[in-house]
Design a protein around this ligand. Sequence first.
Ligand SMILES: Nc1ncnc2c1ncn2[C@@H]1O[C@H](COP(=O)(O)OP(=O)(O)OP(=O)(O)O)[C@@H](O)[C@H]1O
Ligand SMILES: [Mg+2]
Length: 444
Amino acid sequence: MAIPWVEKYRPRTLRDIVGNNQAIAQMKKWAMDWDQGKPQKPIILVGKPGCGKTSAARALANDMKWGVIELNASDVRNEKNIKRIAMVGAVNETFTDDGKFISSKFGGRKLIIFDEADNLYEGKDDRGGKKAIVETIRVAKQPIILIGNDYYGILSGVWGKKLKSMCAVVKFRALTSAQIIKVLNRICRGEEIVCEKEALRVIASRCGGDLRAAINDLQAVAEGKKVLRVEEVKPVGYRDVKNQIYKTVLKVLHTVELNEARRYITNTDETPDYILLWVEENMPLEYTKTDEMVRAYEYLSRADVYLGRVVRRQQYSLWSYAIDMLSAVSVAKEEEYKKHPRYAFPSWLRVMSTSKARRDTRDSIGMKLGVIYHASSQRVKEDILPYFRVLYEKNRELRALYTYLLHLEDKEISFLTDLDVEEILKDAEKIEEKIEKKGEGGSA
Ligand SMILES: Nc1ncnc2c1ncn2[C@@H]1O[C@H](COP(=O)(O)OP(=O)(O)OP(=O)(O)O)[C@@H](O)[C@H]1O
Ligand SMILES: [Mg+2]
């Protein structure tokens, strides 16, 4: 599989981060101070998904030529892990990752990044991730960045409050459509794809300020193409990015904790049947061991059984069982895969939505023709439409006449032929004028 564009085009330097100028300036100043030997409070980057927080933190380290120790929620599940990984790096300032000796006086710094810090367990005493971070901060001699979506998620609870007093907050805003289009344009140039402006505008307007989602959408519809037209972007509309279905699927497939998976599923606005489609489509991209896949499919099929009963018996209380089964997909694996595949839109939904739209269009043409030919729409579909289509495509005059007579709409015309819709409509207008003139002449 090709590499995800979100990774391929992840900014390597702060100069390539689009928008959020104020936040970036704050980060730069903070890093400069560190480099001038003035230790600074850790900073917390908060903001909506996909606006560049993780990218900015990594780019900063890159610009400053600092090493990086990065932990995200799944690594930081408990205090022991944090101590093992972060503390060593935080306190020990003399060795780089590859074992070279560099004193921090000579710029040998390491940036410690706690990503997804709002998903940490507050936990009891020894399990609390936040507590471990607080303790790391207390002894750290290195710059630390915490990252999360949810300001209160990070700074709530006993240890969260302590964090709040120890850190400075840097706010990231969701990107505007114009900023998103700028990045999408950059990617299209990189991939040598010519994009209709409108196509990018549609993607940008549907992503709710989440650039990651926009880039994933772009890749889904444009990869391998030379030209991207606005029609091809339409399936993207079926994805409601606001509800972060991508993120939910990612969490369910990544975590190995049943409760955590359940929490993510119940916290989205999406219905279990929709989540099921997404998990089913993407599980095989993530899981590779056969026995784990078998277990995962077993759980999915049971979830499907419950969902079927919900519909048949109108008994929504069964949703909860379906959610349990969906959550269980997370524990079908022994341990987390460290993969980050590009998640795909459920193919079943994509096919259904395009074929349903096509069927609807065919039916509407069928009805219109049925009136003229005094035939049932079934007969039209079977006996008349195939021939009509050929005539419509071959004969310009007939095409214009029928476009006028049937009041064909754009999508109906496109269903019948690949010819230019605008031109056909112009021809139809001319016919209309002619007929009207004749009508006037006749009545005179
Ligand atoms: N401001 C930006 N400028 C350029 N590219 C960006 C920007 N924001 C996001 N991207 C692109 O989107 C991808 C995802 O961004 P990133 O991982 O930095 O988001 P995030 O804010 O950390 O999101 P989350 O809260 O979900 O972790 C990046 O790999 C990059 O390709
Ligand atoms: Mg991130």
